[in-house]
Design a protein around this ligand. Structure first.
Ligand code: BGC
Ligand code: BGC
Length: 636
C-alpha cells in the first residue's frame, strides 16, 4: 500500500515535469488518491511547478503554497492559513521510527520522524533506508495538505546508523587534526550519503565545549577550546549544507547551551549517570563567552535548526528556560529557524507532564522530539491551547518556523531520497577521505621522534584491538552505544599495517600479546570499548588492567613498542608511558582506521595536535584541575 503510494507520487511528479519540459502552459492536474482527504475543497486543485530552469508558471488556485515561484514567506502564510489546530500540532511532533505505527504519519500529520541511535530498517542497507523513508514521505504527502515530513538522523560521524556508510573519525579526532577544509569535506560527504537515503536533517554538529573528560560525550566535541569548536563546527555545517540539490540538507548545532559545562555528580538520570544531563553552576559571563559563542558563529553561517540541551543551568532545566531559548537564542543571536527539543527532554522539566509541556512550548521549543507517545503530547498540548495556557500565536510561530525550514530546503519540490546518489554511500572516495582524516587525527604523546616507523622492518607484532571496526568506530555507530566487532565494512588498523609494510615483512597478530618470537616493532592497540552519552560517564578514565597486561607482554618481545590509544577522551596511561617507546592517541578513527597505520609508517604525514589537555593524574581532571601532563596543542 505504501509502495503503491510512492509510485503514484512519483508518477505525478514525473508527469508534471514532463509537461513542463515540453513547454506546455496547461496545468497539470493533481489527483491525490487518498481517503484521508476530508475537507476536499482542495482535492481538485491544480498545480504548476517551477520549471527546472527557475521559470515559474502562473498558478495555483487554492494551493498557492505549492507554487515555488512565490517567496518562502508567502508560501508559509498561505499554508498556515489553511491549517487546523490538529494539523499544526502534528507539525510540531517528531516521533522515533521504532514508535511510529502504520498510519501514524497520516493520522497525526507528523511534522517529522527521526532515527535515534539504532533506529534502522529491518534489513539495514542504504536502499532499505531509502525505501523506509520514502514510504513515510508518501504517507505524509497523501493527506489533505500534503506537507512533506523532514527525516532526522544523528549523522555525527558519517551517516552512522547505516551499515555500509562511511564512518568518519568522531569529532575529538577531527579536533586533533584541526583542519577546517577536511571537516568541510566530511560534512559534504555526509550530506551526500544522507540524501541518498532520504534523510535531510542532521542532528549535528555538536557545539559542546566539554570541560570535564569524565563526561561520556567528550568525543562528540571537537575540543575544550571555544575557538577550535567554533572553527570546526562551522566548517562542518557549511560542508553539510553546501550540496546544491534538493532537498537541501540542514544541520543542527546542539545542545543549546553549555552541555559541556555539566558538573560531575549533578546528573539525576535514573540509570545512574553521573554527569551527562546534569547541571552547570557557571555564571552568565562564562556561559556566554565559552559556550554560547559557537552558536553565534553557526547561526551566522546559516544554521536553520538548533537542538536544546537535556542539562540545566543553575538548577533549572534548559528546555524550560525562556530567558535562554528565546532571550539568548532569538533575541541575542537572531536565530529565526526551528528549535527542536532533545529526546524526551521536555518530560524532565516537571513531574507534571502538562506543566512540562506548557513551560517548554512557551519557553520557545518549536518541535518536540517526543519520541515515543504522540497521543500524549498532542493531546496535552491541544488541551493547553484550548485552555489558553499556550497562546495560539505561540503555536503559529512554531509552525511558521517549521514550515519555513521545509520550504527553504525545497522539500515540497523534492521530498524523496535522491537514489542516484546511492552508489556514493560508503564509496571509495568517501572512504579515502575518512582514512585521510583518521591519519590526520593521530597525535604522538611521547616518542614522536621515533616516527615514522620503518616500513621494511622484518617482523611486526600487532596486539590488542587492532582488527576491530566496532571499537575504532565507537558509540553512535549502527547502534546507539556502538559495539565491538564487524558491525559494518571498514579497513582496520591491522589492515593498514599490512598495507604499509614491505612484502617481506612478517606481521604477527596476537590479541593478548602472547608470542614466542621477538619482533623489531610491536604495535599494541588499547583504550576504550564503545559507549554513548551518560553510559560513558566514568570517574577515572584510564587504561584497564587487561590493557596493561597486553602492553607488558608485548614489551618483552619487541625492540620498539608503539602503544596506540583508541579512546573517546584522554586516558590515564599509568606505567604504559614508561614501558612504551612511542605512545599515540588515535581517538575514535572510524571505519577507515587503517589511516592510523598510515600515520605511524609515514604513508601520511603526522600533523595532529592535542585538542584538549591530557592528564596523568586524577587531580588534573575536571573543574579547578591541576596543571596537566600534556597541554592542548601538544604534539610530541
Ligand atoms: C541525544 C541527542 C540526539 C537524540 C536523537 C539524544 O539522546 O542527546 O544528541 O540527537 O538523542 O538520537
Ligand atoms: C536512542 C538514542 C537516544 C537515547 C536517549 C536511545 O534509545 O537510540 O538515539 O539518544 O535513547 O536516551
Amino acid at each position: 500500500m505504501k509502495a503503491q503510494g510512492r509510485l503514484a507520487g512519483r508518477c505525478w511528479y514525473t508527469l508534471a515535469l514532463a509537461v513542463l519540459a515540453v513547454g506546455a502552459l496547461s496545468v497539470a492536474a493533481v489527483s491525490r488518491d487518498d481517503e484521508h482527504v476530508s475537507e476536499n475543497d482542495e482535492q481538485s486543485d491544480s498545480v504548476r511547478l517551477k520549471t527546472p530552469t527557475g521559470k515559474a508558471e502562473s498558478v495555483p488556485e487554492g494551493r498557492r503554497y505549492l507554487d515555488a515561484s512565490l517567496s518562502v514567506d508567502e508560501r508559509v502564510e498561505d499554508l498556515l492559513a489553511r491549517m487546523t489546530l490538529e494539523e499544526k500540532l502534528g507539525q510540531m511532533t517528531q516521533i522515533e521510527v521504532d514508535s511510529v505505527n502504520p498510519g501514524d504519519v497520516a493520522h497525526y500529520g507528523l511534522g517529522s520522524v527521526l532515527s535515534g541511535g539504532g533506529g534502522v530498517p529491518p534489513d539495514n542497507n542504504p536502499e532499505a533506508w531509502a525505501d523506509m523513508i520514502d514510504a513515510f514521505q508518501e504517507e505524509a504527502l497523501s493527506i489533505r495538505l500534503g506537507i512533506p515530513l523532514i527525516y532526522g538522523v544523528d549523522a555525527v560521524h558519517g551517516h552512522n546508523n547505516v551499515v555500509g556508510a562511511t564512518i568518519f573519525p568522531h569529532n575529538i579526532g577531527l579536533g586533533a587534526a584541526g583542519d577546517a577544509e577536511l571537516v568541510r569535506d566530511i560534512g559534504e560527504a555526509t550530506a551526500i550519503e544522507m540524501l541518498a537515503t532520504g534523510a535531510s536533517w542532521n542532528f549535528a554538529p555538536v557545539l559542546a565545549v566539554p570541560q570535564d573528560i569524565r563526561w561520556g560525550r567528550t568525543y562528540e566535541a571537537y575540543s575544550d577550546d571555544t575557538d577550535i569548536v567554533t572553527k570546526l563546527s562551522v566548517a562542518f555545517l557549511e560542508g553539510l549544507q553546501s550540496i546544491e540539490r534538493l532537498p537541501l540538507v540542514v544541520g543542527t548545532p546542539k545542545h543549546f547551551v553549555a552541555d559541556g559545562a555539566v558538573e560531575w555528580g549533578t546528573s539525576e538520570h535514573p540509570e545512574g549517570w553521573r554527569i551527562d544531563q546534569g547541571d552547570t553552576s557557571i555564571g552568565e559571563e562564562e556561559l556566554r563567552e565559552v559556550h554560547l559563542a559557537p552558536y553565534k558563529a553557526a547561526i551566522d553561517a546559516g544554521a536553520r535548526t538548533v537542538m536544546g540541551s537535556f542539562s540545566s543551568w543553575q538548577g533549572v532545566k534548559l528546555h524550560g528556560r525562556r530567558d535562554v531559548l528565546t532571550g539568548m537564542l532569538r533575541d541575542d543571536l537572531g536565530f529565526d529557524g526551528l528549535l527542536v527539543s532533545d529526546w524526551g527532554a521536555i518530560d524532565q522539566i516537571d513531574p507534571d507532564y502538562r506543566t512540562a509541556v506548557v513551560t517548554a512550548v512557551n519557553a520557545g521549543i518549536d518541535m518536540n522530539m517526543v519520541p515515543y507517545d504522540a497521543q500524549r503530547w498532542v493531546g496535552t498540548l491541544k488541551a493547553a491551547v484550548q485552555d489558553g495556557d499556550v497562546p495560539l500565536e505561540r503555536i503559529d510561530e512554531a509552525v511558521r518556523r517549521i514550515l519555513r525550514v521545509k520550504f527553504e530546503m525545497g522539500l515540497f519540490e523534492q521530498p524523496f531520497a535522491v537514489r542516484e546518489l546511492l552508489p556514493e554511500v560508503g564509496s571509495k572516495n568517501h572512504r579515502a577521505l575518512a582514512r585521510r582524516a583518521a591519519a590526520a587525527s593521530v597525535v604522538p604523546l611521547v616518542g614522536g621522534d621515533r616516527l615514522p616507523l620503518d616500513r621494511s622492518v622484518g617482523r611486526v607484532l600487532v596486539a590488542g584491538e587492532a582488527d576491530d571496526v566496532g571499537t575504532a568506530a565507537g558509540g553512535w555507530t549502527i547502534t546507539w552505544q556502538g559495539r565491538r566487532g564487524d558491525i559494518t565494512p571498514g579497513a582496520t588498523i591491522l589492515q593498514g599495517v599490512e598495507e604499509a609494510v614491505s612484502a617481506e615483512t612478517h606481521v604477527e597478530v596476537s590479541r593478548l600479546g602472547h608470542t614466542d618470537e621477538s619482533a623489531e616493532i610491536g604495535i599494541v592497540v588499547v583504550g576504550e570499548a564503545p559507549y554513548a552519552e551518560g553510559v560513558g560517564d566514568v570517574e577515572v578514565p584510564a587504561l584497564s588492567e587487561e590493557d596493561h597486561g597486553i602492553i607488558a607482554r608485548a614489551r618483552a618481545h619487541v625492540d620498539t613498542l608503539v602503544v596506540v590509544v583508541v579512546s573517546g577522551r584522554p586516558l590515564l596511561l599509568g606505567t604504559a608511558t614508561d614501558l612504551a617507546d612511542v605512545v599515540v592517541a588515535a581517538w575514535l578513527p572510524g571505519s577507515e582506521a587503517a589511516g592510523v597505520a598510515d600515520a605511524l609508517f609515514g604513508v601520511e604525514e603526522l600533523t595532529g595536535t592535542l585538542p584538549m589537555a591530557w592528564p596523568d593524574a586524577i587531580d588534573q581532571i575536571g573543574p579547578g584541575r591541576a596543571k596537566p601532563w600534556l597541554p592542548r596543542g601538544h604534539s610530541g
